[in-house]
Design a binder for this molecule. Structure first.
Ligand code: UDP
Length: 239
């Protein structure tokens, strides 16, 4: 089990939904709590990169259903992720953690551009790097971007923080009371059982490049810290 050795560097994917505490906009107490847990892990010695979604502001596909042009709506979605990055940056710095936001869309006053080697350097210095604006490309998701950024910045694992579920189950635990949670799972088993863990592009990036994925519930006390520090939590998906 890869989790018996602590990670050197990891990428944490947080959904925008979590940042909103279930509503549109930001729930400061949620962001502060997440920041505190990331700070604890950084203190524990792990290098951390973060990708934050933007579902608490806009999702391109939803705006499209309400009549907007998809690509413009997707750019709105990406801009939403940047607001989440700034919120996380603020609360991390309140915890005494140095941070850098790197945006896939140029916005010099707000964030550095995405420069992978510089991101690695930041992490080596103990800074948390927060990647914003997704891939900078419409029709992509922040799940896919999190796998890509984890690979390009040489992270040991992709950690997917979930709300309302604490790992990968054999069936939807909300719909099927007989569903059981996997402690470990292979990518092939996930495919064979039709389990939708992350979107298909993110899944195949991890599988093809042998990047371990940990899917865990972010609600329990200290869960994010535990996942970042490589403790056994949630479901480990590997080749
Ligand atoms: N988005 C995009 N390209 C990307 C990443 C995100 O177009 O590379 C847009 C897309 O519209 C998406 C929105 O940004 O709906 C918010 O991201 P996502 O839905 O992945 O956030 P989450 O569900 O994790 O909160």
């Amino acid at each position: 089990d890869a989790r018996n050795t602590p990670f050197k560097r990891v990428l944490l994917k947080l959904s925008g939904e979590a940042f909103g505490g279930g509503a549109v906009g930001l729930d400061p107490s949620v962001v502060a709590g997440i920041a505190r847990q990331i700070a604890d892990a950084v203190e524990g010695g792990v290098q951390v990169a973060v990708v934050v979604g933007g579902g608490n502001f806009f999702r391109g596909a939803e705006l499209q259903q309400r009549g907007m042009d998809r690509t413009r709506a997707d750019y709105m979605g990406m801009l939403g992720t940047v607001m989440n990055c700034l919120a996380l940056q603020d609360y991390l710095e309140k915890e005494g953690v140095e941070t850098r936001v790197q945006s896939a869309i140029a916005m010099q006053q707000v964030a550095e551009p995405y420069i992978p080697r510089r991101a690695i350097r930041h992490m080596e210095k103990g800074r948390v790097v927060i990647f914003g604006a997704g891939a900078g490309m419409p029709f992509f998701s922040t799940d896919t971007v999190s796998a890509q950024r984890a690979l390009e910045t040489k992270c040991d694992a992709l950690l997917i923080a979930k709300n309302g579920v604490d790992g990968v189950y054999s069936a939807d635990p909300k719909a099927d009371p007989t569903a059981t949670k996997y402690d470990t799972l292979t990518f092939d088993e996930g495919l064979a059982n039709g389990l939708r863990i992350v979107d298909a592009a993110a899944f195949s990036l991890c599988k093809e490049n042998k990047l371990p994925m940990v899917v865990f519930g972010m609600e329990g006390p200290g869960n994010i810290t535990r996942a970042l520090l490589g403790e056994k939590i949630g479901t480990l998906v590997t080749n």
